[in-house]
Ligand binder design. Structure first.
Ligand code: DC
Length: 236
């Protein structure tokens, strides 16, 4: 386990950014930290997934950047607390419709990185994420939270893990949901998404200069939460 970087302010941080590649555990860990601190947790990946599902559902041509940007700017996306039966940390509404159960569909999984690299889509969704955060205490997870969305966050965390470890974790999650795929499929998809997320020209995935980087290979999610809470409480 490696942790590097430094805290930006003294006292318990109120605005906490968590970035990292797909399936690094940001959502599970972020939700738990939010519960422990009494802060809302916002998984911004779910917002990009909701946008992607809507584009697919409405038959928008995914190579048409103007159409995608227009759609993103026109959508009303809301985030509410999770329903008891859902494994997602929040309920996501698009124009009033609960779309949460569609967000992990393979079609969304395959298209979300492509939709997310469009500048107009990011402009609209970054604004929405800032509005959702307001000036309140929040834990927000994604790819560009510490670098762009909440560049003034009190604490920036970057969760990393090898692609093989992330594939094992994501495969276990998706199999538990009854999805019919192999660990090889998951590994291939994560490699593809890592490449698109980190090579895109707008807000590529990378740790903020002042982020605390935690390599979670070989750690249970409980251990990761424990370690991050020590960092949050300033004892690390
Ligand atoms: O965290 P996730 O796997 O649910 O994210 C899905 C996709 O959304 C990811 O491949 C890239 C995009 N994303 C992004 O570009 N910026 C964010 N802040 C969060 C997610």
């Amino acid at each position: 386990m490696k942790a590097k970087g430094s805290r930006q302010s003294t006292g318990t941080p109120r605005v906490i950014a968590i970035d990292g590649p797909a399936a690094a555990g940001k959502s599970t860990v972020g939700r738990e930290i939010g519960i422990q601190l009494g802060y809302p947790f916002l998984d911004t990946g779910a917002i990009y997934r909701a946008m992607t599902w809507t584009a697919l559902h409405r038959g928008v041509d995914l190579s048409d950047e103007d159409a995608l940007s227009e759609l993103a700017a026109s959508l009303s996306i809301d985030v509410g607390p999770p329903t008891p039966e859902s494994i997602e940390p929040s309920t996501i509404f698009v124009d009033g419709q609960d779309v949460t159960r569609f967000l992990r569909q393979p079609e969304v999984e395959a298209a979300v990185s492509l939709v997310s690299r469009v500048a107009g889509v990011r402009n609209a969704l970054v604004k929405l994420q800032r509005d959702l955060a307001g000036r309140n205490a929040v834990v927000m997870a994604g790819r560009d939270i510490g670098t762009v969305v909440l560049a003034n966050a009190d604490l920036k965390l970057y969760l990393d893990a090898s692609v093989e470890e992330r594939a094992r974790r994501r495969f276990a999650e998706l199999s538990a949901l009854g999805m019919d795929l192999t660990e090889e499929d998951v590994l291939r998809d994560l490699r593809r998404r890592d490449r698109i997320d980190s090579e895109r020209s707008v807000s590529p995935l990378r740790p903020a200069e002042d982020a605390v980087v935690l390599d979670t290979d070989g750690l249970t999610l409980e251990k990761v939460v424990q370690r991050l809470m020590e960092i949050v409480e300033g004892s690390a």
